[in-house]
Every structure is written in structure tokens, then in C-alpha cells.
Design a protein around this ligand. Structure first.
Ligand code: PMP
Length: 407
């Protein structure tokens, strides 16, 4: 029997929440790109290329003897991994409390758990605009009401929040922020604004979901204080972390840091999702960290990503001059390109198939908002390609924009 009649029927047997599940342009572009036969330079996905993943180390570590490697792990996470996460941060001068940590299946599961714990139908969720597509999708999947708040060079414009919130007639329940090298804008929330956000959360009795996959990838400038440094042990702050950007996204391992009472609830939530995070992958990362390899690896990544970002900015300036405006991130994977001047009227979604035909892929701006905004913007990932490929990719983007102008 086909599922189609069930989907179309007014008395559909599917759960009503199905209508809240948003497909992500980012995820669909992964399959679209995989099916393309011609050479495509990938500025789309937020992923490193294979040569930056320590595959040989992983292959060696996967053969280490480890009791129970293939058993169910504790829902909280492999104790060796938790110990190694704590030890790694302690070497960086950051104290983590193991009773606050929960290992998750990537950062994405951390977000899902956090929104699941906090969001009732119609609850107000503040997000940066633009923001990570799947962050918005997760808030919506729990029937949250998403309030998109503007950002500038220093990240979320926190001063603007009280007026925006007053206009909704609601008090926010959750503030979702990506404080470092934000996805997609590449911008970083200033320390002063982090402090103001903590104060607003207090005033509103709201939670802050601090989603920081890129913080360890700062290659320029100086670090801003984390929420935990500004307000140690604050039960309103739930931090979501992942190994996807610093090691490899396919590992699907991340972790959360939250108040122990919340962690107990998060463990219950996780039990009905996947019971525990993938055991062999947790063990692999625990062994990798215990050999003390992460710092050297991160130093390499920072070096490589700095060079790639510079290559992308230089190529953009040369190809486009004033006809585009790019952010200049101090870390992470992405920069945000806004079409200006002669390209200002081009719609980044309409440009996408033309760009693909020219052999370059990116994520169109509207993917990062629920309101159709940012038609004139593109997210470009500089992490995946070498400087030479980046230069070539920007040329292809230029050719695509010229074709779009002519058509
Ligand atoms: N949050 C942000 C801001 C991200 O960019 C990503 C990955 N693109 C995630 C969460 C999800 O991370 P993971 O792949 O580990 O699930």
C-alpha cells in the first residue's frame, strides 16, 4: 500500500506534529551534491575535507583493546570519554564538572534534548537572525514560537531584545545563541552582550541554549568569555558541544553541559531517543584525547582555516569589489556574503541551480530564517576546500552571478 493517500487524507492517520517537521535545505543539498556527476567546489556543507580528518589515527585507535567497546554504553556517556573531556578542558584552564555532562549523538541531539526540555507549544524562543537552520527547525518541531532577532558585527543585538519581546506580548522561554563564529554569519557575540543576555535571561526566567560547535576553532583575535566563565554553574545556561567540527562530523558524538538536575531529565529524554551514544565512536574519541592529540590537531586546523578564510576574502574582493559584502570571521567555518550593487536584486535561491551548473555550491540565505529573509545572502564555507580551489570556486560564483544578471 502506498503512503500517499494517508498523507493527503483530511483524516490523516499521521501525527499532527508531522506538519511541524521542516526539511532542511542544508541536508537536502548534501544528497543533491552527492548525486552530481561534474566537479563541484563545495562551499555548501559545514564540513572539513577528508585530508583534515585524522583517519589514520582513528583506524589505529579502532583496533585498541577496549572492554565493552560494542556493548550498550551508559546513557550519560562512556566514563572514559567524560573524564577525557574534563581533562582536556582542565588543561585549557576550564573547569568542567563531570556530573553536569551528558554525551550526545552529535550537537544536534543536544539541541533536540534542550528544546524538548524547555519548549511547550507557543512558547517564545528567541533566535539570532540569520541562524542555524536546524536550530529553528528543532524549536518549531516542539511548537515553539520563534522570534528572529537581528545581529550586527558583535552578534545578537541584545539591546534590541526588550522592545522586540514587548511587541510579542509574551515572555521568552528560551534564547538560542551560537556565540562563537556563528553559523551562518561567522560573527561572535561580544563579552558585554553575553553578560547582558545573562541578565535578560534572569529577568525573563528564561533558559539560554549556548550552542558552540566552533569555539575551539578561533584562528584570529582574542577569546570572548564563555557564559560559564561569566556566570559559573548558572542553571539557566545549557551548553551544547560537538566533536563534529574539530574531529569529524561522521563520528556523531557531542556533549552537553548543564545543571545536574536538568541532566537527570535530559538522560530520561535521551533514553527514548537512542538509549546511548555510539559506543565504539565514544571509545575512539576517548582514546584519541587520552593520547593528547587534540591540541596539535586544532593548531593545524586553525592554521589551515585562517589561510582558507583569507584566500576566500581575497578572491571575493578581487572578483567582486564593492558588489558583495562579506563578514570577516575570526574562526570557524563560514562567512556570510551579501549581494550588493549590480547583484543586489539577484535571489540566492534562484542563483543556486545556475551556480551548481557552473560547478560551485553554497547555501542560500533564506535557509537561515523562517521568514524568507536573506534572499540577497549566501553562506560560504571556507573550511572544505584548498586555497586554490577556493579561488577557482569564487571565479565560478562570479560566472554564475554574471549569467544570472544576463538572464
Ligand atoms: N549547531 C550548529 C551551530 C552547527 O553548525 C551544527 C552543525 N552544522 C550543529 C549544531 C550540529 O552539530 P552535529 O553535526 O554535531 O550534530
Amino acid at each position: 500500500m502506498s503512503i500517499e493517500p494517508l498523507l493527503k487524507s483530511p483524516t490523516s492517520r499521521l501525527a499532527s506534529r508531522v506538519s511541524l517537521l521542516k526539511g532542511s535545505i542544508i541536508d537536502s543539498s548534501t544528497s543533491l551534491l552527492a548525486s552530481q556527476k561534474h566537479d563541484i567546489i563545495r562551499f555548501a556543507m559545514g564540513a572539513p575535507n577528508a585530508e583534515l580528518i585524522p583517519e589514520a589515527e582513528f583506524a589505529r585507535l579502532a583496533t585498541y583493546p577496549a572492554a565493552g567497546r560494542y556493548d550498550y554504553a551508559a546513557t550519560e556517556g562512556n566514563p572514559e570519554l567524560i573524564e577525557q573531556i574534563v581533562a582536556y578542558h582542565s588543561r585549557r584552564g576550564v573547569d568542567l564538572d563531570p556530573s553536569r555532562l551528558l554525551v550526545t549523538t552529535g550537537g544536534m541531539q543536544g539541541l533536540d534534548i534542550a528544546f524538548k526540555l524547555f519548549v511547550d507549544p507557543s512558547d517564545l524562543v528567541i533566535v539570532e537572525s540569520p541562524t542555524y537552520t536546524n536550530g529553528i527547525a528543532t524549536a518549531l518541531s516542539y511548537q515553539g514560537r520563534v522570534l528572529e532577532a537581528p545581529v550586527d558585527e558583535q552578534g545578537l543585538i541584545v539591546e534590541a531584545l526588550p522592545a522586540l519581546v514587548a511587541a510579542t506580548g509574551q515572555i521568552p522561554k528560551v534564547i538560542y545563541t551560537i556565540p562563537n563564529f556563528q553559523n551562518p554569519s561567522g560573527r561572535t557575540l561580544s563579552g558585554a552582550r553575553r553578560m547582558q543576555l545573562l541578565e535578560l535571561a534572569e529577568e525573563w526566567d528564561a533558559f539560554i541554549i549556548d550552542d558552540d560547535p566552533y569555539g575551539l576553532l578561533r584562528f584570529e583575535g582574542s577569546e570572548e568569555p564563555s557564559f560559564a566563565e561569566l556566570s559559573p554553574g548558572n542553571p539557566r545556561v545549557v551548553s551544547v558541544r560537538t566533536f563534529s567540527k574539530v574531529l569529524a562530523p561522521g563520528l556523531r558524538v557531542g556533549w552537553m553541559d548543564m545543571d545536574p538536575a536538568l541532566r537527570a531529565l535530559a538522560v530520561n529524554a535521551k533514553q527514548s531517543m537512542d538509549t546511548c551514544t555510539n559506543g565504539p565512536m565514544q571509545q575512539l574519541i576517548a582514546d584519541y584525547l587520552s593520547e593528547g592529540r587534540l591540541d596539535a590537531h586544532l593548531n593545524t586546523l586553525r592554521e589551515v582555516y585562517r589561510e582558507r578564510k583569507q584566500a576566500m576574502l581575497a578572491a571575493l574582493a578581487e572578483a567582486f569589489g564593492q558588489d558583495v559584502e562579506a563578514t570577516d570571521p575570526e574562526g570557524g567555518f563560514f562567512l556570510w556574503l551579501t549581494l550588493r550593487g549590480r547583484y543586489a536584486a539577484i535571489h540566492s535561491e534562484k542563483l543556486f541551480p545556475i551556480a551548481l551548473a557552473h560547478g560551485v555550491a553554497y547555501i542560500p540565505g533564506p535557509a537561515f530564517s523562517d521568514s524568507g529573509a536573506f534572499a540577497d545572502a549566501l553562506r560560504l564555507c571556507f573550511a572544505t576546500s584548498t586555497p586554490a580551489r577556493i579561488a577557482e570556486g569564487v571565479q565560478r560564483l562570479h560566472a554564475a552571478l554574471e549569467e544570472a544578471l544576463a538572464s
